[in-house]
Design a protein around this ligand. Structure first.
Ligand code: PHE
Length: 338
């Protein structure tokens, strides 16, 4: 092959190169150490002496020429690759999107969040206690003494002679007072367990305990806080009413009613014609309970309340069977999309 033929086949071959892979093969064929352009220099040994210089010059020319063409092709191939990639990765923003259904919070979770929100605004902290409790925390130190008839108010699931599934979140009061000194302002949310099951009771349900211990805490503080709570949860028009009640761990004890937010107090099916709906229990922490936790009852007093969260959810959303809150029926739960 003379130099012209070499140039021609080099150019024709380069013309055919379309991508980086072909370019690499082309480079091996012509420009690598064993490639045909590089090999030209080896031919110098067969050239008559007087022509060696001209031959060397020619080979150098062709090398430079070949390298320049190769470099230009390389740029072209890289550009084409980039263009193809742009093309490939183009997103058509006008295409319709695939709709993914969004989930929503469980009504109990919403209620829990709402309650926490209201009380967090008043400076309450959250404390969570264990679901398996002992007799001492669940009953005795809350002034529910052994053989006291009030133990029958709560149908306990006993695990051993001493251990049980907590029947209320009130043992949280004991645990908090054991772990910190007043002033105390805590909420204890959690699951509680009682052997009871019908439309408005379930063996597992959730409570939100509230405990405030400080100097000069009175029932007025309780009513003031609960007033704010029910207004935030139901509506501004709702009022509270305290009725005397009995719990061993509070003295005095109260049941708290709200004016019916459905009929405004005139009487309807929700409030069973009374105009009032019972929402929670509470009271002034019994001095015996303070003393059981080494809190000086001459210096401090406390208020406590326990909110049944399912009951609040049922009232607020008009749910007529508590079981619905635990069935995880998606069709039912979908209705609570905010
Ligand atoms: N622990 C009580 C219950 O479960 C509610 C309550 C809490 C009452 C705090 C008074 C004070 O019924």
């Amino acid at each position: 092959m003379n130099m012209n033929e070499i140039r021609e086949s080099y150019q024709a071959d380069l013309e055919l190169v379309k991508d980086a892979k072909e370019l690499a093969a082309f480079w091996t064929k012509y420009l690598s150490k064993t490639g045909s352009i590089q090999g030209l220099m080896a031919g110098i040994k067969n050239v008559p002496k007087e022509e060696k210089k001209a031959y060397g010059q020619m080979v150098n020319d062709i090398k430079t020429w070949a390298q320049d063409l190769y470099d230009a092709k390389k740029v072209e191939v890289e550009k084409a690759a980039m263009a193809a990639r742009y093309e490939d990765e183009t997103v058509d923003v006008t295409l319709p999107v695939k709709m993914r259904p969004a989930g929503n919070l469980h009504p109990l979770t919403s209620i829990r969040n709402e309650i926490i929100d209201v009380f967090a605004g008043m400076g309450f902290e959250i404390y969570e206690g264990p679901e398996i409790e002992d007799d001492d925390h669940n009953f005795t130190r809350l002034n529910v003494l052994k053989d006291h008839p009030s133990r029958d108010m709560q149908d306990t699931f006993w695990l051993t002679e001493d251990l049980l599934l907590r029947t209320h979140t009130s043992p949280g009061q004991i645990r908090v007072m054991d772990s910190k000194n007043p002033p105390i302002k805590v909420l204890v949310p959690g699951k509680v367990f009682r052997s009871d099951s019908d439309a408005t009771h379930s063996p597992m349900f959730s409570q939100m305990e509230g405990l405030v211990v400080d100097k000069k805490i009175t029932l007025c503080d309780l009513q003031g806080m609960l007033d704010q709570f029910v207004k935030a949860l139901f509506s501004e028009e709702v009022k509270t009413r305290l009725r005397p009640s009995y719990f061993p761990f509070t003295e005095p004890s109260v049941e708290v009613d709200v004016s019916c937010f459905k009929c405004g107090g005139a009487g309807c099916s929700l409030c069973k014609g009374t105009g009032w709906i019972e929402v929670l229990g509470g009271g002034i922490v019994n001095n015996k309970v303070l003393e059981n936790c080494n809190v000086d009852s001459n210096e401090y007093s406390g208020l406590a309340f326990g909110i049944g969260m399912e009951r609040i959810a049922m009232l607020k959303y008009g749910i007529n069977h508590m079981g619905k809150l635990f069935e995880n029926d998606v069709e039912f739960l979908k209705q609570f999309k905010a």
